[in-house]
Write a protein that binds this ligand. Structure first.
Ligand SMILES: Nc1ncnc2c1ncn2[C@@H]1O[C@H](COP(=O)(O)OP(=O)(O)OP(=O)(O)O)[C@@H](O)[C@H]1O
Ligand SMILES: [Mg+2]
Length: 358
């Protein structure tokens, strides 16, 4: 993985043009409401993943009145990544000047995690959010995962289309069942391995960050633990035909987070949820760090929101200990004065009306 050495934006949200000589450790970005802090983090995220963490479409990211935005980053090791997004056409992503067909290679280079005020959605939200969270980790540690994952998705899409067709082609359905069962087993095995590695690290991180007790994680694979998926697909064929979709499979996997047996989202306070989710996300960072030459890039937006000073400090110190690259935003730099360890490398940037200064 790499760190960002220089970030260049053009026509991104309210930012006309910007060049940021990033600190390889902590970048503290401060400025008034609406100055462009979140936009800056968003630009890094969209470069690394092709998506925004605050809107489902990327067109709103283009500066009003402009036809396209560009985000360019010079990474450590002399690697460069550039993204150009137009209003109508498909985005153009280039890694080392070579046009990319997808985000796989770029995402591998830039493992980013976001901590922001939507963070606790991970607990409250749909299983899909927790599945994506789990898969992010699996993707970064298991090179073969992406293929099995894609194949399983393709099988489900084809199988679902078939389920809706009249008359039902049983021969074809049987063939998709077999293929789906095979790919699903691979996806599940990878997720299971990662989860087993994740859980004990999470317990340690959580106890370092909070006093929360009785928190448990449970991985659900998306179909009955005691039965083969092939059996289930065959047995539940009628049900699947009625719904027109495949009911059981890796697309239904989830991580259940509980405290004392009750869903964490239903018992924990907002701040506690935020700390719990922070622990989950920081655990991803710890696991990355344990791998050779791997570090996560953490994008931390408006940390002070809903967290008291003690909790802010705990997260900041933990992030600094992880030794990855961090981009932290806040309205006033003084808010995090006591939270960060200033003996380490920190660069402050002030954002004002889409312009940045050191
Ligand atoms: N496509 C766009 N074109 C121009 N300006 C935009 C666009 N999208 C958003 N903006 C504006 O960009 C500004 C920066 O927004 P951003 O969310 O980055 O601010 P922020 O510094 O994070 O503020 P806050 O402290 O309130 O979170 C806002 O004034 C917003 O209205
Ligand atoms: Mg903001």
């Amino acid at each position: 993985m790499s760190t960002i050495k220089r970030l260049e934006l053009s026509q991104f949200r309210n930012i006309e043009k910007l060049s940021l000589p990033a600190d390889e450790r902590v970048n503290l970005i401060f400025g008034a409401n609406g100055s462009g802090k979140t936009s800056l983090l968003e630009s890094i995220y969209v470069l690394a993943t092709g998506k925004s963490f605050r809107s489902t479409k990327t067109a709103p990211l283009i500066k009003q009145g402009s036809g396209e935005f560009t985000v360019f980053a010079e990474l450590s090791g002399g690697v460069s990544v550039g993204l150009q997004k137009f209003r109508q056409q498909k985005p153009v992503l280039k890694l080392q000047g070579h046009k990319q067909q997808n985000w796989v290679a770029t995402a591998r280079l830039l493992p980013v995690q976001v901590l922001d005020s939507n963070t606790f959605r991970l607990l409250e939200g749909s299983p899909g959010e927790r599945r994506r969270f789990l898969d992010w980790g699996v993707f970064h540690v298991e090179p073969g995962f992406i293929d099995a994952w894609r194949n399983s998705r393709k099988c489900i899409a084809n199988r679902n289309a078939l389920l809706k067709s009249v008359p039902l082609d049983r021969g074809q359905l049987k063939a998709w069942n077999v293929e789906l069962a095979r790919e699903s087993a691979l996806v599940d095995q990878s997720r299971c391995r990662y989860f087993q590695e994740f859980e004990p690290v999470f317990t340690r991180v959580l106890s370092e960050l909070t006093e929360l007790e009785g928190i448990t994680l449970q991985y659900r694979r998306g179909w009955d633990m005691n039965q083969e998926l092939l059996e289930i697909l065959e047995r539940n064929e009628k049900l699947d035909v009625r719904y027109g979709t495949t009911q059981g499979g890796p697309h239904r996997a989830d991580i259940i987070v509980r405290q004392g047996g009750i869903l964490a989202a239903e018992v924990l306070s907002r701040g506690q949820q935020k700390m719990l989710v922070s622990a989950l996300k920081l655990t991803q960072g710890v696991i990355q760090s344990a791998m050779e030459s791997r570090r996560c890039i953490f994008l931390v937006d408006d940390l002070p929101a809903e967290l008291d000073e003690e909790n802010r400090s705990r997260i900041c110190r933990f992030l600094q200990k992880l030794e990855g690259q961090v981009f932290l935003t806040c309205v006033e730099d003084s808010t995090l004065k006591n939270s960060l360890d200033w003996s380490a490398s920190i660069t402050k940037f002030h954002v004002e009306h889409g312009k940045i200064s050191r």
